[in-house]
Design a protein around this ligand. Structure first.
Ligand code: HMG
Length: 407
């Protein structure tokens, strides 16, 4: 069995963000609801000049450059997204051009709400394991903009960003155990975005239930009955639409692992659960709290947070990953942090990007949301007019669907 997994990782996102405390004040909501109830600190906001393509290219370029991978080594490019830019043409083909990848490359887009990138990751590992890759690597990029609209319950769970992963044999960061990957699919109406709308519709509380049911189903498919590996896990990473959801997921995960129902008045098991959450989940949620829901990339943003804080003691340890996409599809898997991964932590750390971001006032944020609604019909867009021109790539004349590199 070939050892495959994630060999390089990088994040890129918009240059503007909103403070959740300011949004709460503007909406007449107790800030504690957003900060503690949802667990969010800030939310990344894209201008009309930043889209799924520009964020994907920036993340992809970083993953290749910082990990010393030549574009000619990439034989598969998959962009997982639920905010594509065309009903027909994949985001991936624009990304292929801008990254200068070889024409001998299989290139496509995957869509299944927040699950698209995990589908791309497992397909890439299958492509390598089958022998069809012939020594080449896959580039899988999760890129999305979460928009629920102003004054909606989903508004504080928006965000935007892209995570790029290079998938290869003998990976430098994370290797997956193909015998412990489990899947789950069920048609549910928890969250959807019809063709006519830039904004998602969600049956919010029902979607939380669907997510937790999918965790039970996918974990059950991944692990043999009676698997006792839970306590050995160094980290449990989840899809993070908002930080508090990871707490709910770990609660369910703990119950599944021990076949017991957790109640706060059963002090011993409750304390064990809280300790487990503080040790294995909470420390890796800081990027999600800063950036918000980036849909397909949210799980992998938590992985970046884990690896950027790693030390050698994490190497060789097992972790669990759970990806959920509304609608719904999910995968639960067990992976191992690779020997030597610690040496790469500064390359994958988005600290520099975070330091360059600019805080948007609520007026600026609302104006950007309105401009984005009109952007598809605009003849041209001026990135400088948004005062957020820090990105390397930007959307130019939208009519012609071109993205440009600065300089
Ligand atoms: P809501 O109804 O406005 O909020 O919507 P709430 O009343 O449920 O409150 C949220 C939490 O804040 C609760 O915590 C409250 O108790 C607490 P909980 O009890 O659940 O632990 N709270 C407070 N805490 C402290 N001080 C206060 C206070 N007030 C309340 N003063 C909801 C919340 C998430 C439903 C909404 O934002 C929404 O619809 N979001 C979008 C859907 C979503 O994110 N679903 C998550 C699961 S589905 C998924 O992850 C897939 C997805 O990423 C899409 C995809 O796959 O593409 C969404």
């Amino acid at each position: 069995m070939k050892s495959t997994g994630i060999d390089a990782l990088a994040f890129s996102g918009p240059r503007g963000y909103v403070e959740m405390s300011e949004l709460a004040e503007a909406r007449g909501v107790d800030p504690a609801k957003y900060l503690k109830g949802l667990g969010q600190q800030r939310m990344a906001i894209a201008t009309p000049c930043e889209d799924t393509v520009t964020m994907a290219v920036e993340a992809g370029a970083q993953a290749l450059e910082r990990f010393g991978i030549d574009p000619s080594e990439i034989g598969t490019l998959i962009v997982g997204t639920e905010t594509g830019v065309d009903h027909s043409k994949p985001v991936a083909v624009y990304v292929h051009e801008l990254l200068g990848l070889d024409t001998r490359c299989r290139t496509f887009e995957t869509k299944h709400a927040c699950y698209g990138a995990m589908a791309g990751l497992t397909s890439s590992m299958d492509w390598i394991a089958s022998g069809r890759a012939r020594g080449r690597k896959a580039l899988v990029i999760a890129s999305d903009i979460a928009r629920y609209g102003l004054n909606t319950p989903g508004e504080p769970t928006q965000g935007a960003g892209a995570v790029a992963m290079v998938v290869a044999e003998q990976p430098r960061l994370v290797r997956f155990d193909p015998t412990r990957i489990g899947d789950y699919t069920r048609q549910v109406m928890d969250f959807w975005r019809p063709l006519y709308s830039k904004y998602a519709f969600a049956d919010g509380h029902y979607s939380i239930q669907c997510y937790l049911d999918a965790l039970s189903g996918a974990r059950g498919d991944a692990l043999a009955e009676g698997d006792t590996g839970f306590d050995a896990l160094a980290a449990s990473l989840y899809h993070v639409p908002f930080v508090r959801m990871a707490w709910k997921a770990h609660h369910r995960h703990f119950e599944l692992a021990f076949g017991d129902t957790l109640e706060p008045d059963r002090h011993e098991s409750w304390q064990r659960f809280e300790h487990s959450y503080r040790q294995r989940v909470e420390p890796w949620l800081s990027l999600n709290a800063e950036i918000g829901n980036i849909y397909t990339g949210s799980l992998f943003l938590a992985l970046i947070d884990l690896l950027r804080q790693s030390d050698e003691s994490l190497e060789g340890r097992e972790i669990s990953l759970f990806s959920y996409g509304s609608g719904c599809g999910a995968t639960y898997c067990i992976a191992e942090v690779a020997a030597g991964a610690n040496a790469w932590k500064s390359q994958l750390d988005p600290a520099e990007y975070l330091a360059q971001r600019r805080r948007l006032s609520i007026d600026e944020y609302e104006s950007l949301m309105q401009q984005t609604e009109q952007a598809d019909l605009a003849e041209s867009l001026d990135p400088v007019s948004h005062g957020l021109d820090g990105g390397l790539y930007y959307v130019g004349t939208v009519d012609h669907q071109r993205r440009y590199r600065r300089g």
